[in-house]
Write a protein that binds this ligand. Structure first.
Ligand code: NAP
Length: 308
């Protein structure tokens, strides 16, 4: 294998984004406008009016062909099987996308000495009781198929990739697709009463902020020599109940009576992490990233949603 290129000397990188029609992928489209690098946005399904190359990341040959065609130096993997509950009945599909396909990406980038930036999740944690923010080297203890297959994907990258960053995030929301913020904006506007769990604690993440951090790391070639796992969410700590209260307040939905409840009141196929606050010290210190406070980012996203 050729020695890894010194990207600091590469004026323009060619970067392939997978899952570009999802929440994070769409925010990547926004934040990379005007970048000195060339971005190629890919997904499995076409969306009308959005320029997207078709790429199924479970197809190793298809990845190889596209990477050669566009002379790709780096991949940002935003594609995943993200339906946490449905994963319990769809192990093969979740494993194919969250583990095997991730290994495919790692292989292809290793063949080219390229960089793989992969997004993982706080759901790799949750099995052990703890109440301090999770560090990158804390042992993975997933409680369901989604978390398990994502953890295996991380392991495949650590085993197979040459240059990589694994960025774990949590409670992702954006202007795009379905997410908690959009659901609660609607429910608090239309329901007289709502119960929301207060015994699951974490930090929301505005996908725009995460995409901006990824773009900064690539644009300024900060990744060089910094292989590893990193954590990124917004700053602060909250519960789903408090998150909902904030959403209702910003939206001006004052007629809905929002009450806290226990997770046991909403039986789910998966036991969700009770405390999945991510410690972000490493990503902030390594890359010099300033992380916005969660309510500040929530206001920005909701302002965009309300004027849309
Ligand atoms: N959402 C969260 O709360 C959350 C929390 C923590 C971590 N994460 C992680 O953050 C990352 C981004 O999440 P997100 O919420 O932006 O995901 P998302 O909105 O579900 O987007 C994923 C995209 O990947 C596409 N995709 C599905 N199968 C594919 C395949 N075989 N090849 C290529 N693309 C495929 C999906 O297309 P279809 O829609 O047509 O299937 C979708 O456009 C993921 O790695 C996720 O695990 C998310």
């Amino acid at each position: 294998m050729e020695p890894a290129p010194l990207f600091k000397t590469v004026k323009q990188m060619n970067i392939l984004v997978t899952g570009a029609n999802g929440q994070l992928g769409n925010e990547m489209r926004i934040v990379t406008k005007g970048s000195k690098d060339k971005y190629i946005f890919t997904d499995v399904v076409e969306v009308e009016g959005v320029e997207t190359e078709m790429l199924d990341i479970t197809n190793l040959d298809a990845i190889r062909r596209m990477v050669i065609e566009y002379d790709v130096n780096a991949i940002v993997n935003c594609a995943a099987y993200t339906n946490v509950d449905a994963a319990e009945d769809n192990y093969a599909l979740a494993e194919m996308l969250n583990t095997k396909a991730v290994e495919n990406l790692a292989w292809v980038m290793r063949e080219r000495n390229g960089l793989l930036i992969h997004i993982s999740t706080d759901y790799v944690f949750g099995g052990d009781p703890y109440n301090t923010p999770c560090k990158e080297d804390q042992k993975g203890t997933p409680t369901g198929i989604y978390g398990l297959t994502k953890l295996r994907g991380e392991e495949a990258i650590q085993r197979e990739a040459s240059q990589y960053l694994i960025i774990r995030t949590a409670w992702l929301y954006s202007e795009f697709g379905k997410n908690f913020v959009k659901t609660m904006m609607n429910l608090t506007a239309t329901k007289p009463q709502l119960k929301v769990v207060f015994d699951q604690v974490g930090t929301p993440t505005y996908a725009y902020d995460l995409a901006s951090a990824i773009c900064d790391i690539i644009e300024n070639r900060k990744f060089e020599g910094n292989n590893g796992i990193y954590h990124y969410s917004n700053e602060g700590v909250t519960s789903w109940y408090d998150f909902t209260k904030q959403i209702a307040e910003i939206a001006g939905n004052s007629t809905c009576d929002i009450q806290p409840c226990h997770s046991a009141e909403f039986p789910s196929p998966v036991k969700r992490p009770a405390f999945s606050v991510l410690d972000k010290t490493k990503i902030k210190e390594t890359f010099g990233i300033a992380v916005p406070y969660w309510t500040d980012s929530l206001k920005v996203c909701m302002k965009n949603l309300m004027k849309a």
